[in-house]
Design a protein around this ligand. Structure first.
Ligand code: FES
Ligand SMILES: [Fe+2]
Length: 399
């Protein structure tokens, strides 16, 4: 972690303004200042104090079931590979070659974002690494002392598997994920997410700040507007409510419309496309739910599916997003699964494109000199809770 900015630094002034905003009661809550979303200098502070010091979700275990299976991604400039080793252990490896720094699986050469490999071979001079990151061979350098010492390896970042997701942190002192996100556990455990199968993975280049997406994902107020056709009739904004703060977790309930709830109670479950997840209780059929594990672990759950949004925050105004769908393992062998999945993909694209449009236009608004942080509705309590998480992190970092 770098030193904290001096008192008169614009970053410190901005941090103060963010903390002041977050300290307001919900009834007086406001959006954050524009610079929190558009300033590259602020993004650098976030990289240090909000993102790389926390836990970021990078893969679901079902994406890498076998040795050699990998998912590649980039987190704030760090190119990493989430890869299952020969012994079944998941490693989160830096892709920076221990020779002269080449990416060992470069997208510039068309390397796939996900796949299976026997080992990792750097394309530059063909150094070869095992699935645990250890150097196995360096052509024509067999007598070099640094190579024969057998200590060269790709850097391994600290990682943990929790609720079926692989998380990484760049902070050796971070508490375990289970501790950081303990508030979410009682709400998530019955979904048994480690047993789910990821069956859809769509990737999007997003011209907006990562917090714009988190805020959009978490607040149901916009069902009234941009999702007035898709979500408002089935999960009306006015019925939605947010749990009291749960540490680093935020949970917002989206109850089904009254008419749909009546049908559920009469024994006709609603909005189901896949086999019901085994741990579901009767009350689970009456709502969908959105979850945030700060900074950006995002889930949208229903009794028969879980959507997981994976964020790669790249700069102040740019992020990459994967919108995924997970279902019970049995679902894939149900006759007609492919057709159902195609319909659900259409649905996911439809509501996500609605969100993409507003998030992109919000980022343009944040860049405008006309922008003023506006008041938040009670239905935007998840944003207010997220602000308070940011403020706590800033305070802990000495801002
Ligand atoms: S930089 Fe990787 S082998 Fe040379
Ligand atoms: Fe939305």
């Amino acid at each position: 972690m770098s030193a904290v900015a001096p008192l008169n630094d614009p970053m410190r002034v901005l941090a103060h303004s963010i903390r002041e905003t977050a300290a307001r009661p919900l009834a007086e809550a406001r959006a954050l200042p524009a610079a929190a979303y558009v300033s590259e200098a602020w993004f650098e502070q976030e990289r240090l104090h909000l993102l790389q010091g926390a836990w970021q979700s990078v893969a679901h275990v079902s994406q890498i079931p076998s040795p050699g299976d990998y998912v590649n991604l980039e987190l704030q400039g760090e190119r990493i590979s989430v890869i299952r080793g020969e012994d079944g252990v998941v490693h989160v490896l830096s892709r920076v070659c221990a020779h002269r720094g080449m990416d060992v699986m470069p997208p510039e050469s068309g390397h796939a974002e996900a796949g299976n490999c026997k080992h990792l071979q750097c394309p530059y001079h063909h150094w070869v690494y095992g699935l645990d990151g250890r150097l196995k061979g360096a052509p024509l350098m067999k007598t070099h002392a640094a190579v024969t010492a057998g200590e060269l390896a790709l850097n391994a970042f600290r990682s943990e598997v929790w609720q079926g997701f692989v998380f990484v942190t760049f902070n050796e002192a971070a508490p375990p994920v289970a501790e950081a996100l303990a508030g979410l556990a009682p709400h998530l455990e019955r979904f048994r997410m480690h047993e789910l199968e990821l069956v859809l993975d769509l990737s999007w280049d997003c011209p907006f700040n990562w917090k714009v997406l988190v805020e959009n994902f978490m607040e149901p107020y916009h069902h009234l507007g941009v999702h007035h056709a898709v979500f408002q009739p089935v999960m009306p904004a006015q019925g939605c409510w947010t749990e009291p703060p749960l540490g680093d977790g935020v949970v917002c309930h989206l109850p089904l419309a009254d008419e749909l709830q009546r049908k559920v109670k009469a024994g006709e479950p609603q909005l189901l496309s896949f086999p019901v997840l085994p741990g579901m209780q009767p009350a689970d059929f009456l709502e969908w739910t959105v979850f945030l594990g700060a900074p950006h672990f995002l889930l949208f759950t229903a009794p028969d599916r879980v959507y997981w949004y994976r964020i790669e925050a790249l700069s102040a105004g740019r992020m990459r997003l994967h919108t995924t769908l997970m279902v019970d393992r049995r679902a894939t062998s149900v006759p007609g699964f492919e057709a159902t999945l195609a319909q659900e993909e259409d649905m996911l694209r439809r509501f996500h494109l609605e969100d993409m449009e507003v998030c992109s236009a919000v980022q343009a608004g944040l860049r405008s000199q006309a922008y003023q942080p506006g008041p938040l509705a009670e239905l935007e309590a998840p944003i207010w809770q997220f602000q308070r998480w940011i403020a706590r992190r800033l305070e802990a970092a000495g801002f």
